[in-house]
Write a protein that binds this ligand. Sequence first.
Ligand code: PLP
Length: 355
Amino acid sequence: MSVSGVRKMFEMASKMKNPIDLSVGKPDFDTPPPIKNAAIKAIKQGLNGYTPTVGIPALRKAIVQKFKNNKIRVKESQVLITGAVSGALDLVLCALLNPGDEVIIMDPFFVGYKQLLLRYGAKIVQIPTNKDFSIDLAGLEKATSKKTKAILINSPNNPTGKMYDEKELRAVARIARKHATLVISDEIYEEFSYTKKHFSIGSVYTNTVTLNGFSKSHAMTGWRVGYCCGPQAIIDATIKQQQFTYVCAPAPFQQAALTALSTSVKKYAKAYKKKRDIVYKGLKDKYDIVQPEGAFYAFVKYPYNADRFIKDCVKNNLLVVPGNVFSEKNTHFRICFATKDSVLRKAIKVLNNLT
Ligand code: PLP
């Protein structure tokens, strides 16, 4: 395993004076007040002890309802509350994989996927996405076989901002079904969908583990609450893993997550759509950029040599993440646009001056 490239940028930023920082992927708004109040209330009420490994019953029930909105039909026993999406992903992979098992991921991919798969000794099969970052379905079909233990997808996507549409996801389901392969669908950026309606593959393919959480949607990155659902046998095995590792998600924040589920974040998503527009309009004339459809990232092609470009950005006090953190290739760089409009405008100016 290697040190996260995003963390490296984070450390570099801490040494720079007032950098224009578009590196770390987290929302720039604070946790909405009703959620904070619910957490404080829970702490004051003494709800500070262990909870059941699977999560508090009220939250589990509410998550069943949440998944119903995604047209995913699951029983309470098929839902597990976890230490955010990282916790869910880690434990699901731990429960699922034997060394040498094949797992397909799309390139570019979220940094954590590759490192966790390496940790469990999986054979990673990377399928490069199309130019617009959609899934290369022919490539996926060719790569999927009896040996494929899982296909891991992420939409809306980090680092590209791509959202897979219903047709594309139905095609993925068809390929997975042919080989009875599990799909793991990371939907952490669901709330940040700008151009199309979010579609959950778990609604058409039951052999899917769906991962989601509150870190990004409700600015709760430090609270570590997420959840997953899926086939009973896989969830049961994952529960066992949680029992002896994380034990349970943080008790007061599980209570607060109940409030989060009924707290709309539409106004934040609307603000982020505007930021997406600022970035796209600001860069499209001088850069090769695909308009992001969701999440809060743009994956932009380097205008010239990658190393020279990143150094030039740093010289200009600008931090972006080199694409080789998310990919076998180093053709693009990632911008996180979850920051003030004024910071985005400064960054756009620097970037345009570099070309
Ligand atoms: N999945 C994706 C695609 C992400 O971008 C992130 C965080 O950046 C995570 C999972 C992990 O999120 P958390 O563990 O905070 O829920």
